[in-house]
Design a binder for this molecule. Structure first.
Ligand code: ADP
Length: 545
């Protein structure tokens, strides 16, 4: 017997309907170069209609791909809705990719139109003459002169919108139509395209509303400090639209703690989201200035493990972090570290520091690194996380990649973890970062967390370097807090670690650097560290010495 329910397609058009009919007055605040810009959902829906009209006039048809090269602001949000709702596919271009990689993603996705922010024209200009398939370029600008470029004719976004009607006839879409695509940042080889469907985005948006996830509601004001070009901006633009939350967008100022704190304070942010490096900066700033953000209820943090010292510092500042795990391929919600009702008070912090338990709709298992066999959830056995669910990628754009997808339909994440009997995941490492020393594994993530707990340390990344006897040995790259620069030694750090990790885990060398290299998504760039690392010095002590 079949259920007798309506066949209502789960598409982003439903979100547009909600924003229009229920939340028209809700504010969208963007920090632009010349100050704060204010609009609301009503204007967004109207402008999205005009934008869809403009893109149609430029020849964009259902299934065509529209690229965006933009910061976190209201126009980018308009594109987030107009493009998928007209049946086209939104491709958020990563503005920090190398030119060759950027060109690869534009070609691989098949972008027919690119909408670019004026300030990012120089990024695109690196590809002048190399994008023959491009039908049109639209520039988002506020009447300022454009920088020199060799990209040909550019249409002005605002004049284009002014020439269109707001009541675009949105076509009927199927829920498995592509809505958006995002390329992984490609730490090895070319980036890989993840193609989200309307259905996956719809269900993922519902997930952001869950109380045990982000819990977005109409009463929230959400400030994503995650680039809108990366991993679907963690689903916040759509989650906010579905819930009717106020949206606060930091423009290009993602790395500026003062701008972020001002925005959060003045606009009444209740939820903020970003990777740990963002919060390391924020803690520094709040401690230095004595400022506080009492209205913020949740700091969503993922993308890399939260060091214990960071969570403790945020707790002291009254900012409650919720640790989440995910990746571009998982839309990105995978798991959330909320505390179980039966967890004793003394164990809460430890539980919050794990990568959490699988979110509703996401199934997770761990598989032995050598045999691929499924491992028990005993908090000891570690293996690769594999997952499946309605918003988990089943394939990459134009790539079969059997290494990434198991024959029985699970995504192989490349993350190595244990799972506790309660279902809490603890990431030990990425398969490519784990250090193999004398036949044993050393978790670079755990070592980094331990080093960053040192009161004089701001940031630390650990990589494995080749060793003639032990195969690989850990080397720590450390940035001291500004006030302790030059006043901390490697021996001091090794001494600090002695009662925290096994003796053979102690880094052979501690190398102090002025600045940590970061990836395009603000994570520690271990690939860059490896590429420029001096080999281990000959005087390397044997493990355990
Ligand atoms: P990139 O390759 O640019 O980092 P993603 O954002 O897709 O692209 O990265 C996802 C990866 O980030 C995961 O596979 C995992 O290794 C890491 N990651 C995400 N969240 C966490 C977390 N909470 N703790 C540790 N690692 C995380």
């Amino acid at each position: 017997m079949k259920g007798l329910m309506q066949d209502y397609p789960l598409t982003l058009q439903h979100l547009l309907w909600r924003m229009d009919r229920l939340f028209g007055r809700k504010e969208i605040v963007s920090r632009l170069e010349h100050g704060v810009h204010r609009s609301n959902y009503g204007e967004l829906v109207e402008r999205a209609g005009r934008l869809a009209g403009l893109l149609s006039r430029l020849g964009v048809r259902p299934g065509d791909v529209v690229g965006t090269l933009a910061w976190n602001d209201y126009r980018h949000l308009e594109l987030y809705y107009a493009v998928p709702c007209m049946g086209a596919v939104l491709h958020t271009l990563n503005l920090r990719l190398f030119p060759d990689q950027l060109e690869f993603t534009i070609r691989d996705a098949g972008d027919s139109v690119i909408v670019v922010d004026r300030s990012l024209i120089p990024v695109l200009n690196q590809l002048a003459g190399r994008l023959p398939a491009l039908r049109a370029l639209v520039v988002m600008n506020d009447g300022q002169p454009l920088p020199e470029h060799g990209l040909g004719e550019m249409l002005d976004y605002e004049s284009g919108l002014a020439g269109e009607r707001p009541d675009f006839p949105w076509p009927r879409l199927a829920e498995d139509d592509a809505a958006a695509m995002c390329y992984t940042s490609g730490t090895t080889g070319n980036p890989k395209g993840v193609v989200y469907s309307h259905r996956s985005q719809f269900l993922h948006s519902m997930a952001t509303l869950g109380t045990d996830s982000v819990g977005l509601s109409e009463r929230d004001a959400v400030l994503p400090i995650v680039p809108m070009f990366h991993a679907n901006c963690w689903g916040i633009p759509y989650g906010a639209g579905m819930a009717g939350s106020k949206v606060i967008l930091p423009g290009r100022y993602l790395g500026d703690a003062e701008v972020i704190v001002n925005l959060a304070d003045e606009e009444g942010a209740t939820v903020m989201a970003g990777v740990p490096t963002i919060w390391i900066n924020t803690v520094q700033y709040l401690e230095k200035t004595g400022r506080r953000l009492p209205r913020v209820r949740t700091i969503l943090c993922g993308g890399a493990a939260i060091p214990r010292g960071l969570m403790e510092a945020m707790d002291r500042l009254g900012l409650r972090m919720v640790h989440a795990w995910g990746m571009t391929e998982t839309s990105p919600i995978g798991s959330f570290a909320n505390v179980r009702s039966w967890t004793p008070a003394g164990a809460e912090l430890d539980q919050r520091l794990t990568q959490g338990a699988p979110a509703p709709c996401v199934e997770i298992r761990i598989a032995d690194l050598a045999s691929g066999k499924e491992l028990p959830w005993d908090g000891q056995a570690f293996g690769e996380i594999q997952c499946r669910g309605p918003w988990i990628a089943a394939a990459y754009n134009h790539r079969a990649d059997p290494d990434r997808f198991t024959v029985d339909g699970w995504l192989r994440t490349g993350d190595v973890a244990t799972i506790s009997p309660d279902g809490y995941i603890t990431i030990v490492d990425r398969t490519k970062d784990v250090i193999k020393s004398g036949g044993e594994w050393i978790s670079s993530v755990e070592l980094e967390g331990a080093i960053m707990a040192h009161p004089k340390v701001l940031e630390a990344a650990v990589i494995g370097l080749q060793h003639p006897r032990w195969q690989e040995r850990p080397v720590a790259y450390v940035v001291a807090k500004p006030e302790f620069k030059g006043q901390i030694t490697g021996e001091e750090i090794r001494e600090f670690l002695r009662d925290k990790v096994a003796s053979w885990w102690l880094p052979d060398e501690v190398r102090f650097i002025d600045e940590m290299p970061k990836t395009s998504t603000m994570k520690f760039d271990k690939k860059a560290l490896r590429a420029t690392a001096e080999p281990l010095s000959q005087a390397t002590p044997a493990p355990g010495s």
